[in-house]
Design a protein around this ligand. Structure first.
Ligand code: BEZ
Length: 386
């Protein structure tokens, strides 16, 4: 390449960077599932994110927020291409996504390779704040380990179960959720007898429900979410198991799903970093505003979207609106103390929420927090070198 051409290229890059820095807009790339079993989760995250931005007058740190959207279909095989549409084609300042752990891990790699700011508003893949942790990657939700480990403790210590069977979709989130449950349960003397799986996003549970009935564990731990959680909880009750072997899970099993699950979910105990009835001013205000804006009840996914926007706002504010001042953005986000609908939330060194994990019970259409299962639980961040 000639020297003149190189100089022209460098100039073009500088001009683009300057235009970016001076822009009065911040481009947010929402990469979420809008179709498939996790579609409702993606919509709730987007709603929550936009609710916070609207509460700030459509601006964060004085900058207008401009949205770009991609439906990731919860399909890891399309994830790199989808993330690149936002990063390279739309040139977004920040990526926000996604729900599915496999897709989110691919997003984290794209974000690392391009040094793009990424906020994960759901996917719990332990690796994101473990071996893949990075100064430009943040999570406003949970690690798969957090609610699962807490439920393992609850099942053994509070519920006094000695044996359990686990059942999940076979992919990173299900595998890690089962691993976390097993760690908590077996550390208190429980024993996991069998680990059952179906491929994601299959919902043919009949053969495995028959196997659970034949194994006769004292408890069942299940990881499913969205449409799959609705079907599993209903099938479990229809198979006559609900009154024989108590069904537990991380709160995704009953969050955003209760209307469709009806009586099949009544009384179920789950663990999660949110409960519908948390009696803070913030939660009351959030729930009212969300219901008024979207004519829907919010769930944990909406909370995580709302907090992703709060976290971004903290970074933009710390950099006085200039996202090219990456060190200031990162510091602002790292030091953020969020007044979340879930309660107080800070981030660990690996950029994962440190938060109370509640024990919740289904009461009608509500996941009621009946106690704090583990206070201010931090993910162990195994493998994170930051
Ligand atoms: C995940 O893939 O990490 C996930 C999906 C839905 C709910 C919770 C976790």
């Amino acid at each position: 390449m000639t020297r003149i051409r190189l100089t022209a290229l460098a100039l073009a890059a500088l001009t683009a960077a300057a235009a970016h820095a001076q822009s009065d807009k911040i481009k947010v790339g929402l990469m979420l599932p809008y179709t498939g079993t996790y579609a409702a989760l993606g919509t709730a995250i987007e709603n929550g994110f936009k609710l916070y931005v609207e509460e700030q007058g459509g601006k964060l740190g004085g900058k207008t927020i401009e949205y770009f959207r991609v439906d990731d279909e919860s399909d890891p095989s399309k994830a790199v291409e989808n993330a690149n549409k936002l990063v390279k084609r739309d040139n977004v300042d920040v990526l926000v996504g996604t729900v599915h752990s496999g897709v989110a891990m691919a997003m984290a790699k794209v974000a690392k390779d391009n040094n793009t700011l990424l906020i994960v508003p759901n996917a719990g893949a332990d690796a994101i704040t473990g071996p893949l942790c990075s100064p430009n990657i943040f999570r406003s939700s949970f690690s798969n380990w957090q609610p699962a480990y807490a439920m393992g403790l609850v099942a053994a210590e509070r519920q006094k179960h000695k044996t359990a069977v686990t059942i999940t979709w076979k992919y990173a989130a299900g595998d890690e959720s089962v691993k976390g449950f097993k760690e908590g349960f077996e550390s208190k003397g429980g024993k996991v007898l069998k680990e059952l799986n179906v491929p994601f996003p299959n919902v043919e549970f009949q053969a495995l429900l028959t196997e659970i009935a034949a194994t006769k564990p004292e408890a069942v731990y299940a990881f499913f979410a969205g449409g799959g959680a609705v079907k599993f909880v209903k099938d479990y009750a229809a198979a006559g198991l609900k009154d024989k072997i108590p069904l537990y899970g991380p709160g995704f099993l009953t969050d955003g799903t209760l209307e469709a699950q009806g009586a099949a979910a009544s009384g179920m105990l789950t663990t999660l970093h949110y409960g519908d009835d948390i009696a803070t001013q913030k939660n009351k205000q959030f729930r009212l505003a969300y219901a008024k804006t979207y004519k829907l009840q919010p769930d944990v996914y909406a909370v995580q979207g709302y907090d992703a926007a709060q976290l971004l706002a903290a970074g933009i504010k710390a950099a006085a609106g200039d996202l090219t001042k990456r060190d200031a953005v990162v510091k602002g986000m790292e030091q953020a103390k969020l007044d979340s609908p879930r309660g107080a939330m800070t981030l660990s060194k690996a950029h994962n929420p440190v938060q109370d994990v509640y024990l919740r019970q289904v009461d009608g259409q509500s996941n009621k927090a009946i106690s704090v299962a583990v206070k201010q639980l931090a993910d162990p961040a195994r493998g994170c070198k930051m």
